[in-house]
Write a protein that binds this ligand. Structure first.
Ligand SMILES: Cc1ncc(COP(=O)(O)O)c(C=O)c1O
Length: 436
C-alpha cells in the first residue's frame, strides 16, 4: 500500500531538519531484509537497522502474521487490573534471556518511557526500602536516555538539553569515556577505568545515602558508540554495591544481540539492578519498551504495599498492548530459532575488520566498535555536525541509510547481515568519506 504525499507541510518531523528535508525529501516506501526502497524506486542498504531496531531484518513475515492474528482476536486490553495472556508470555521470554535475577518485566511503549519508568522504579524502591531520601541520580556526559523530561535530565548531550530549561533537579554526570589515546581502538579500550571513580567522588560529595541510581548505557550508542574501558562497568558495580546505589543499564541500543549476547550486561560480565530496553524487542515492527528489574526490587516494592493496594502508581494506557506483545513474542522466537545473538558474535570480527579498514581515509578521525555496532567519526567541517549531515545525504543518494549524530556515523546492520551486505556498506562508506 502506498499513500500519495500530497503535502509534506503538516508533519513536524522529529530530530529532523524540517525545512531542508521538505525541500528535498528522503521518503522510504518499502523495506525487506537489509534494504529500503525510496520514493524514487531506488534501493538503499540499511546500515543502521532502521534506528537500531530491525535486528532480524525488515519485513519478517512471522511478525506480521503474529500481529495480524492477535489483532483479529483482540484489539486492545487495559492492563490496569485486567490482563491479556500475551504480556505474561513475553515477560517470561524476556526474563529468560536477561542476566541472573532480572526476572520481572514492566512494559511501556518506547525507550524514553522505559527510562522514565526506571527512574520511578528506583525512587519507589528506595521509599519501600525505608530510604526515601535517595533522590539524586547519576548519569554521564554524552549519554542519551530518550527525550522525556527524566531522560533529558539524565542526558549528557547538550543539544538535547539546552532548550528545555532546568529539568529534573539532583542529577549529576560522570565524565564521558572518550579518551584521545584510545582512538581507533578495537573493542574495550585499555585505559580509562579510573573514570569510574567519578561515581565515588559523587558519593563523597553528596553522601552515599542520597543517591538513588546510576544510569549508564553500557556502550553509549547515540553519541557515536563509546565502548566502556576495560573494568569500567565492573568498578561502577562495586561502588554501587558498596553504597546501596542501584545500577541501571540502558540497553535500548545494546540489547537483543547487538553486542553478541542477549544483553551487553552479559557481554561485559556485569549485572545491573535494572535494564531498560526497546527497539529490537519487537524488531521495530511496533512500538514497545520494557524495564527488567531484579527480584529484590520487585519484591521490595510489591511487598511494601498494604493488602489490596496498588503497589506501583505508574503505567501507560498502551503498556503491554496485545499487538506489541505479539510482535515481541514473534521477534524473540526468531532470535532464538535463527541463533541471531550467536550469529552477531560470529560476524563481529568480519564487520569490525571492514569498518576499521576505513581508517586510512583522511576525513575519518576515529573508529570505535564492538559486536555489530560501530561508530565512525568524521573530522568536523565548517562547524560541528555539518559534515555528518552532509554525509547522511550523500550516503542516501549513493544507496545507503545510516544514522549520524553530529559528525559520528553509527553503523549497526541487522544481525542477519551477510558478508556481502557488510562489503556493500564498506564500499559506499569508502567512496563517500573519501570525498572530504
Ligand atoms: C540508550 C537509549 N535510551 C533511550 C532511547 C530512547 O528510545 P525511544 O526513541 O524509543 O524513546 C534511545 C534511543 O535511541 C537510546 O539509544
Amino acid at each position: 500500500m502506498q499513500y500519495a504525499a500530497n503535502s509534506l507541510e503538516n508533519h513536524w518531523m522529529p530530530f529532523t531538519t524540517n525545512r531542508d528535508f521538505k525541500s528535498d525529501p528522503r521518503l522510504m516506501v518499502k523495506a525487506q531484509g537489509l534494504y529500503y526502497w525510496n520514493h524514487k524506486g531506488e534501493k538503499l542498504v540499511d546500515a543502521s537497522s532502521g534506528l537500531f531496531c530491525c535486528a532480524a531484518g525488515h519485513g519478517r513475515k512471522e511478525i506480521l502474521e503474529a500481529v495480524t492474528a492477535q489483532m483479529a482476536e483482540i484489539d486492545y486490553t487495559p492492563h490496569f487490573q485486567t490482563g491479556h495472556p500475551s504480556s505474561f508470555e513475553l515477560a517470561r521470554m524476556v526474563a529468560k534471556i536477561t542476566p541472573d535475577n532480572l526476572d520481572y518485566v514492566f512494559f511501556c511503549n518506547s525507550g524514553s518511557e522505559a527510562v522514565e519508568t526506571a527512574i520511578k522504579i528506583a525512587l519507589a524502591y528506595h521509599v519501600a526500602n525505608g530510604e526515601g531520601q535517595r533522590t539524586r541520580f547519576v548519569s554521564r556526559e554524552r549519554a542519551y536516555h530518550g527525550v522525556n523530561m527524566g531522560g533529558v535530565s539524565l542526558s549528557g548531550m547538550m543539544r538535547n538539553r539546552e532548550a528545555f530549561g532546568a529539568v529534573m533537579p539532583g542529577v549529576v554526570h560522570l565524565r564521558h569515556t572518550w579518551l584521545p589515546e584510545n582512538r581507533f581502538c578495537i573493542g574495550e579500550p585499555a585505559t580509562g577505568v579510573e573514570l569510574a571513580e567519578d561515581l565515588q567522588r559523587f558519593v563523597d560529595l553528596y553522601g552515599p545515602r542520597s543517591i538513588a541510581a546510576c544510569f549508564v548505557e553500557p556502550i553509549a550508542g547515540s553519541t557515536g558508540v563509546l565502548i566502556p574501558p576495560k573494568g569500567y562497568l565492573k568498578r561502577l558495580r562495586e561502588i554501587c554495591d558498596k553504597h546501596g546505589i542501584l545500577l541501571v543499564f540502558d540497553e535500548v541500543i545494546c540489547g537483543f544481540g547487538r553486542t553478541g549476547k542477549a544483553f551487553a550486561a552479559q557481554s561485559f560480565g556485569v549485572t545491573p539492578d535494572m535494564i531498560t530496553m526497546a527497539k529490537a524487542l519487537t524488531n521495530g515492527a511496533l512500538p514497545m519498551g520494557a524495564v527488567a528489574v531484579s527480584d529484590k526490587i520487585y519484591n521490595t516494592v510489591v511487598g511494601a504495599a498494604a493488602d489490596g493496594a496498588v503497589e506501583f502508581f505508574h503505567g501507560y494506557t498502551y503498556s503491554a498492548h496485545p499487538a506489541a506483545c505479539a510482535a515481541g513474542i514473534a521477534t524473540l522466537k526468531i532470535y532464538e530459532k535463527e541463533g541471531l545473538f550467536e550469529r552477531a558474535a560470529e560476524m563481529s570480527d568480519y564487520f569490525l575488520d571492514r569498518m576499521y579498514a576505513l581508517k586510512d581515509i583522511k576525513a575519518v578521525s576515529d573508529i570505535r566498535g564492538y559486536g555489530m555496532l560501530c561508530g565512525i567519526d568524521l573530522a568536523p567541517g565548517v562547524r560541528p555536525g555539518l559534515r555528518g549531515y552532509d554525509a547522511t545525504k550523500r550516503l542516501f543518494n549513493r544507496g545507503l541509510h545510516i544514522k549520524f549524530t553530529g559528525d559520528a556515523g553509527i553503523c549497526a546492520p541487522a544481525l542477519v547481515a551477510e558478508k556481502s551486505h557488510i562489503d556493500e556498506i564498506y564500499q559506499i562508506f569508502r567512496e563517500v568519506f573519501s570525498e572530504y
